[in-house]
Design a protein around this ligand. Structure first.
Ligand SMILES: Nc1ncnc2c1ncn2[C@@H]1O[C@H](COP(=O)(O)OP(=O)(O)OP(=O)(O)O)[C@@H](O)[C@H]1O
Ligand SMILES: [Mg+2]
Length: 345
């Protein structure tokens, strides 16, 4: 379960997990949670896709009967559309995935899929991106469902990625999650790796970075992968070459890269915010780099903490901010405070 800020490479890593699984003959089915999506429906879709691929690859549609019947039970119980050719025509198998308790029903579904994959000497990996958009109940059900099938040693795995605002789990779900998943934090690259990320693709093309040019980019980007990509690209495009990129090239590329980030990467984040939420963001930005005490942000707006609390919560729900500790808030987007100051200037 990867967590980290925007643009650090979580999605890139999930795809890599998918490729690894497929290289071992497993089926990989990716999905991305969204603010406005029904979780049960996306789970049913994932299972359906996995069964479709497994049975097509192995000409085993007939043998998928049991798993499809269980999927059908789930679809009926959770009032989900049938999804056409696949589950249709298979009778629901009562007693599996149709209790109405989401964790039990997910366990039934995962077990059916895992058993089918096992019978065909293969496995299934689900990757769930943007997992912070699941509600606490949904994430709890997912963990409990997985826990129930984990004891059966079935070839079924889930990998997830999300912002540090991942819903916090309580009680049993929490201790199961700790056993079922590891929680690596993905962050900016250490200077050595950041240098390598710029040096190595350029070297492949016979181009070298002057040391001061390289250091300037590391300094500007703080090693954040998305920014390295953007500044690296613009410096490459600006440089006259033929085989060196100089610090003057980097300086010329800076305004272009910043403009690109401001109109793309940063701008999309504030796209759907309300005026009150933007005022909250502006107050955060006015205080310099985060994290920020909620009280200080409210004070900067001349308001009481309780008055602006709903906007703060809305920004967390949108995935723009997160709370690293109680009473503390920060941006989920690296260097967002600088953008806010440029934007409000
Ligand atoms: N291993 C890598 N190789 C090359 N580029 C990378 C790598 N990891 C990250 N990047 C760069 O960083 C960008 C952001 O990566 P990615 O989309 O995986 O971030 P993320 O953590 O999923 O961000 P978000 O939270 O916004 O979804 C990529 O588009 C790419 O430019
Ligand atoms: Mg991502």
């Amino acid at each position: 379960m990867l967590t980290g800020l925007r643009g650090v490479g979580k999605t890139v890593l999930l795809r890599e997990f998918g490729r690894t699984a497929e290289a071992h003959g497993w089926t990989h089915v990716p999905t991305e949670a969204a603010e406005s999506q029904r979780f049960v429906e996306s789970m049913a879709t994932l299972v359906r896709k996995a069964l479709l691929r497994l049975s097509a690859a192995r000409r085993a549609a007939e043998r998928a009967r049991r798993a499809l019947g269980i999927l059908r039970s789930f679809l009926v119980r959770w009032n989900l559309p049938d999804g056409g050719e696949l589950a249709l025509g298979f009778d629901p198998i009562p007693g599996f995935a149709d209790s109405g308790a989401l964790d039990d029903d997910l366990a039934g579904l995962f077990a059916a899929l895992g058993e089918f994959a096992q019978a065909h000497d293969t496995g299934v990996l689900f990757t769930v991106d943007e997992i912070q958009y699941l509600s606490q109940d949904e994430l709890t059900a997912l963990i409990m469902g997985l826990h129930r099938v984990s004891q059966d040693q079935l070839p079924f795995m889930i990998a997830g990625a999300g912002l540090p605002s991942l819903p916090s789990l309580a009680g049993e779900a929490r201790s199961y999650a700790e056993r079922l998943f590891s929680f690596p934090v993905i962050d900016s690259l250490p200077a050595g790796e950041a240098r390598e990320a710029l040096l190595s693709p350029a070297a492949d093309e016979g181009v070298h970075w002057r040391p001061d040019a390289l250091e300037r980019i590391i300094d500007l980007t703080h090693g954040y992968p998305y920014f390295l990509q953007e500044f690296g690209k613009q410096a490459w495009d600006v440089a006259a070459g033929p085989d060196h990129i100089t610090v003057a090239d980097v300086e010329a590329a800076v305004p272009v890269a910043i403009h690109e980030l401001d109109t793309g990467f940063f701008r999309v984040r504030i796209g759907r915010t309300t005026d009150a939420e933007r005022a909250y963001l502006a107050a955060m930005g006015s205080l310099g780099p985060g994290p920020y005490g909620s009280g200080k942000v409210a004070a900067a707006m001349g308001k009481a903490t309780t008055q602006v609390g709903p906007h703060r919560d809305a920004l967390i729900k949108r995935g723009l901010c997160y709370s690293p500790r109680h009473g503390i808030i920060d941006f989920t987007v690296p260097m967002f405070d600088q953008f806010i100051r440029r934007w409000t200037a």
